[in-house]
Design a binder for this molecule. Structure first.
Ligand code: TYD
Ligand code: MG
Length: 460
């Protein structure tokens, strides 16, 4: 039998990867200076089970008549959709995001909505004094909502209070400020964050209440990031956005009670967050006269079609190694598309700096945007605008062939709704209705470049 180890282990505060020795860079996520020492476990499996017999578990089969878990809607459509149709009782949620992005604002607004809908809600702030939270509530026009408030970081006191008050929902802002007195480590350390999240999660299950924890995403290693607790909770939502933009996206990255990859779109205003029911219109509203390098991509986020603008800029590079700069899209995917354009279509980018940006602070991860990215790049390089009435989508394979993507009909429907009349797409199945949009189906990328930009000037 392996001897229980009493040695410390080292945990990455960014991704939670455990290693036996310290390193400057985490092997798993590639971040620097994020590895912290964690003391030996003082209880649990490392003590060994000591040969004591446990009780026999009652085993059941898979057939069950169990009803779906009861849910409560906040009445904020964007939030309810991301939750998969409302808040589930006896569940633990994590809302992660950069400091200052608006997590506290979102959760205070959500708390007020849930409380108005009849839930008993307790909001515990470990970061701000009660007066500060009340001031924010006043600014947001929420002071009449029956949310109960506490400013506290001691987990034992918080759990005792929750046990007495028996709320339906408890919000803990933030998990990094919580302090469990049975763990000898500073608040925000991996051990503290883990055990606080563990205590809160098991409390939620035991008592049948919903617990929402806020987690700051951190780049430095001093405090543990929310990824350290992602695996413990039922639902993980990330609140994202560019600082300079007013758009905020709430993205479900894990959801035991609903679809993952769903997004909710909000706008940060002077009076808090407002839900954006038609994100496509919002993302395209800032679009000026169509310029070279600008393309409208018909994307899908979760179950919803979202149109957004992809912009590219190509300029002669003064450097021996030209720049490749990407915002809102994957850098290695960009490198792949540049390589395919170069080797399959004869469109070279050597000696050129390439900048790619997804407008509005949107972040796209689906490969269905490949063709739109390629179109933006060639359009920028050729200084030729694409037809302004066209949307583009399609995946590019390394051979240069275009591949169909999922939910084509939904994408076309959204494009039609927003006044686009043409779609440049891969070959689509005959069964797909064009939704009143003229389809320009392209079998491969070279054909697309030829057709849209004309063969002549591009090839060198
Ligand atoms: P906050 O919710 O405190 O962020 P987090 O909890 O993620 O750290 O939001 C802070 C920012 O939001 C702050 O820069 C000010 C801005 N804000 C508004 O623009 N409007 C508002 O009504 C509120 C309350 C905040
Ligand atoms: Mg906050």
């Amino acid at each position: 039998m392996a001897k229980p180890s009493l040695k410390s282990s080292f945990v990455c505060t960014n991704c939670g990867n455990v290693t036996s020795k310290w390193a400057g860079k985490c092997e798993a996520c590639g971040e620097w200076n994020t590895i912290a020492e964690e003391g030996p476990l003082s209880s649990g499996p490392s003590k060994g089970l000591g040969g004591k017999r446990g009780r026999t578990l009652e085993l059941t089969d898979l057939s069950t008549e169990e009803a779906p878990p009861p849910r409560t809607e906040a009445g904020v459509g964007e939030l309810d959709r991301v939750l998969g149709g409302g808040l589930v009782q006896a569940s633990a949620l994590l809302v992660g995001g950069d400091p200052g992005i608006g997590k506290s604002t979102l959760l205070l607004q959500a708390a007020a909505r849930f409380a108005r809908n009849g839930l008993k809600v307790i909001y515990v702030s470990g970061e701000e004094a009660a007066a500060q939270v009340r001031m924010r509530a006043q600014r947001l026009g929420l002071t009449d909502s029956p949310v109960m408030l506490a400013a506290e970081t001691n987990l034992r006191d918080i759990l005792t209070t929750l046990d007495q008050e028996k709320p339906d929902l408890a919000i803990i802002d933030s998990i990094q400020t919580m302090w469990a007195d049975h763990v000898e480590a500073a608040p925000g350390s991996v051990s503290q964050v883990r055990s606080a999240a563990h205590e809160l999660t098991s409390f939620a299950k035991r008592k049948g209440i919903a617990v929402i924890m806020v987690g700051h995403v951190t780049k430095e290693g001093q405090i543990a990031g929310p990824r350290v607790v992602e695996h413990m909770v039922d639902t993980v939502l990330y609140f994202e956005g560019e600082r300079g933009h007013q758009f905020r996206l709430l993205r479900a990255v894990k959801n035991r009670f609903g679809p993952a990859d769903e997004i909710g779109v909000f706008e940060m205003t002077g009076k808090g967050l407002i839900e954006v029911k038609n994100p496509s219109a919002l993302f395209l509203s800032e679009r000026g006269t169509p310029a070279a390098g600008s393309v409208v991509f018909a994307g899908i986020e979760g179950t919803r079609p979202v149109l957004c603008e992809i912009q590219a800029l190509v300029s002669p590079s003064p450097h021996s190694q030209p720049r490749r700069s990407v915002v809102g899209w994957d850098g290695s995917r960009l490198a792949m598309i540049l390589a395919v354009l170069e080797s399959r279509c004869g469109v070279p980018f050597q000696g050129l700096d390439v900048y790619l940006n997804v407008a509005g602070g949107m972040r796209i991860s689906e490969p269905g945007a490949d063709l739109a990215v390629a179109a933006a790049l060639v359009s920028a390089r050729e200084d030729t605008a694409l037809p302004p009435e066209a949307v583009i989508f399609g995946e590019i394979s390394l051979s240069g062939a275009l591949r169909p993507v999922s939910q084509a009909e939904n994408r076309l429907k959204e494009a039609q709704k927003l006044g686009f009349t043409t779609a440049i797409v891969p070959p689509l199945s005959k069964r797909i209705s064009d939704q009143g949009v003229a389809l320009r189906q392209m079998p491969d990328l070279a054909g697309f470049v030829e057709d849209v930009f004309g063969g002549g000037p591009v090839r060198q």
